[in-house]
Design a protein around this ligand. Structure first.
Ligand code: GLC
Length: 730
């Protein structure tokens, strides 16, 4: 038997043996990933499997993947195909797959455990379908809410993104990639893609190398070094004029040289061709393919023309063969680790039916939905106590896709033609409140009231009539799939359609106004903050979101979410992320408005979120107020549940490097703890800061911790006025 087929042989020996048998064409074939649409691989790509020795397909599901794998097994060396898919908040492209809240919604939980559980469930279901790799998690820093893909981020803070991304990667990859419940994770989009100017998707990111090193790369460094992310995905955009796909500093120097990254880098969709037809840095496919390899991409997604070009100039000696060998080895090594050369190559319909969408998975999804909810305002309206009548209205009360969010069945890649996907498994707000009417014995009525995009659809007057006769009116507002996602950026963030009119007419009736915000990202809802009696931010709360929301409305659940992203007054206020800088030409002092026409602070701040109980902070002190090199500063604070019911508080710690050789934000999240407290209970909470995470990157691109004093702010949000302050010195 060939050594590479011996599952008891060391993986490195198997890789070496296989590589020694491969032709240059077969090695380049491993660097190709071609697409399927709605699970079906295009006929001509199947024909090319043999000729191009294709190593990977994406979005291939079901029987299509099994057939491809069988064909691959019959090729000369029988190298298995690795299948990638966007299972980014559950295995959503599989009809019965378990759908979770989107990353942005889930990040509001600040709970690494539930993020990890989401990833483990997703990995189990993806693997049971014979697939091996998810293009998740997204590590983009979501700071410009005009961008269409904010819902895919863990919010605006790079440090929290790194923490939550590591939890997801550990959940996807498990202890050992050969486990039947492990898949490859993919930290994306590498790097700085979300900083695309003006929120314009895949445009230019004007980021200096210093800012890349200090803000956009650290989450990826954590993902590679701490969570051992198996793959990275190159972003679409250019950074300071150099397309990420052609940027060897980004793709070779930083991860492969700097971080000892052993996995492989896949481009985003047809990035190679984008060098020609979008970014115009290459004139033809040969040059683009050349640049893509030289820069350090190991696998080219959805660029069929890559093969011929790469083979041609590889044979002409234009490309050092060791570069192609390195890429092929990185890919093959992970295929061996996944067990694809051995018994893990195939799955079975029985296994898929037993695993996908099973009850235990949906239970975890519901718990994730619960933890994703953030109570933003409550004038003692909530929780509802024996309501006599509830009128539900708003375009997001019964819109399955609005509730599930992007990359579920509504996305273009899924190819779903109808909305039957996940419908049976989804419980909308309407479903939940209608069925609860009997349990809680209240009169219930519903009317859509307004459409999000069709301004001709206007039931606002009828809705107002119903609201006038109802003790409580719950209005579900937000956005829908046609208003966000890849290539769907917004210049205006105000509520679209007749949503605002609906809100104002309902408000005018004097009914108690409860707003449920079901949207892919923050919108400009300052009127809602001023006029609603209660607000719950749900973002895209997942298939069981309606159940979790009903539980929160009636107090069965005490919401504990905290925002991971700021809500701007308008697009004009962007960027408005909490980690702002001190400089801005205006008066001194801390309480001043710096725009003449907008407040300085956002409508809702990073870290903000209420509870049905109250918490008090006291006795903040530094355990070690003078630290030496490498010593982690530790803070202790007393947190008391001063209310009348159990609750969870996310205790947050921010630092301010008071004097630094480059400008640094006045607040930087560096530690937090989720603490559950019974009514009346107090706890001393210890928060530890990693010494290295005090560092700055100076003008010479050197990263180190500078001597001096640091302020520490500990409290319930990023609002300084709500925090206690301490000092430590290094
Ligand atoms: C898309 C996205 C990327 C996704 C890939 C495969 O264009 O940018 O996030 O993983 O293509 O679907």
């Amino acid at each position: 038997m060939d050594l590479y087929k011996d599952k008891n042989a060391p993986i490195e020996s198997r890789v070496k043996d296989l590589m020694s048998k491969m032709t240059i064409e077969e090695k380049i074939g491993q660097m190709i990933q071609l697409p399927a649409k709605a699970g079906i691989v295009e006929e001509n790509f199947i024909d090319k499997l043999e000729e191009w020795h294709i190593g990977s397909f994406l979005h291939c599901t079901g029987e299509g993947a099994a057939e491809i794998q069988r064909l691959a097994e019959k090729t000369r060396l029988g190298i298995p195909v690795i299948f990638g898919i966007d299972a980014i908040h559950g295995h959503c492209f599989e009809d019965k797959g378990t759908v979770f809240p989107t990353q942005l919604a889930l990040s509001s939980s600040w709970n690494k455990d539930i993020v990890k559980e989401m990833a483990k469930v997703t990995a189990t279901e993806v693997r049971a379908c014979g697939l091996h790799w998810t293009f998740s998690p997204v590590l983009c820093v979501g700071r410009d809410t005009r961008w269409g893909r904010i819902n895919e981020t863990f919010g605006e803070d790079q440090w929290l993104i790194g923490e939550l991304a590591c939890a997801a990667i550990e959940g996807y990859q498990g202890e050992n990639l050969s486990s039947e419940n492990s898949i490859l994770a993919c930290a994306k989009h590498f790097a700085g893609y979300g900083e695309s100017t003006g929120g314009r998707d895949s445009y230019e990111s004007e980021i200096s190398k210093r800012k890349m090193l200090s803000l956009f790369l650290p989450p990826f460094e954590k993902a590679v070094k701490k969570a051992k992310a198996a793959t990275l995905m190159t972003g679409y955009q250019a950074i300071d004029g150099v397309p990420a796909t052609a940027n060897s500093w980004l793709l070779r120097d930083i991860p492969k040289e700097g971080w000892d990254f052993k996995g492989f880098i896949v481009t985003d969709w047809n990035n190679i061709a984008a060098l020609i037809n979008r970014q115009s840095v290459c004139g033809n496919m040969e040059d683009a393919a050349y640049e893509g390899i030289i820069a350090g991409n190991d696998m080219m997604m959805a660029t069929p023309e890559f093969f011929d070009s790469a083979v041609k100039f590889a044979k002409e000696g234009k490309i050092p063969e060791e570069m192609i060998n390195d890429s092929a080895e990185r890919i093959l090594r992970l295929k061996f680790e996944l067990g694809l050369f051995d018994e893990k190559r195939h799955t079975s319909p029985e296994l898929k039916d037993a695993i996908v969408g099973k009850k235990e998975h949906w239970d975890i999804s519901l718990e994730a939905s619960r933890q994703s909810l953030t109570l933003l305002k409550n004038d003692n309206t909530l929780p509802l106590d024996k309501p006599k009548s509830i009128f539900l209205t708003g375009p997001c009360a019964d819109d399955v896709v609005a509730q599930l969010g992007d990359w579920s069945f509504g996305s273009m890649q899924a190819g779903a033609t109808d909305e039957s996907f996940h419908k049976d498994d989804t419980i909308t707000v309407l479903d939940a409140l209608k069925s609860a009417a009997n349990d809680f014995n209240y009169q219930f009525d519903y009317l859509k009231g307004a459409d999000i995009v069709d301004s001709n659809f206007d039931e606002t007057d009828l809705a107002a009539e119903k609201a006038a006769n109802s003790e409580y009116t719950i209005v579900c507002i937000g956005d829908i799939i046609s208003q966000h996602g890849e290539g769907h950026d917004r210049a205006k963030l105000e509520l679209s359609g007749k949503q605002q009119q609906l809100l104002e007419k309902v408000k005018a009736t004097g009914t108690k106004l409860i707003v449920l915000f079901i949207a892919s990202k923050p919108l400009a809802i300052s009127w809602v903050k001023e006029n609603a009696d209660a607000i719950i931010c749900c973002f895209n709360p997942g298939a069981k979101g309606g159940v979790a929301i009903k539980e929160a409305l009636f107090g069965e659940l005490n919401p504990a979410g905290k925002l991971t992203i700021s809500f701007p007054y308008s697009a004009g206020q962007l960027p408005v992320h909490y980690d702002r800088y001190g400089g801005w030409h205006c008066d001194n002092g801390d309480n001043y408005e710096r725009y003449i026409d907008h407040p300085e602070a956002p409508v809702f701040s990073f870290g903000e979120g209420m509870s049905y109980t109250t918490f008090e902070y006291s006795n903040l002190k530094m355990v070690n107020s003078a630290i030496t090199e490498g010593e982690n500063p530790k803070a202790q604070v007393t947190v008391k549940n001063s209310g009348s019911r159990k609750g969870i508080e996310v205790v947050q710690l921010y630092i301010n490097d008071i004097v630094s050789s480059v400008t640094t934000p006045i607040m930087n999240l560096r530690a937090y703890k989720r603490v559950e407290l019974e009514a009346g209970e107090s706890k001393t909470v210890e928060l530890e800061i990693e010494f290295d995470e005090l560092s700055i990157v100076n003008q010479k691109l050197e990263k180190f911790v500078e001597k001096g004093d640091f302020e520490v702010y500990v409290g319930p949000s990023s609002k300084r006025e709500e925090c206690l302050k301490a000092i430590f010195t290094y």
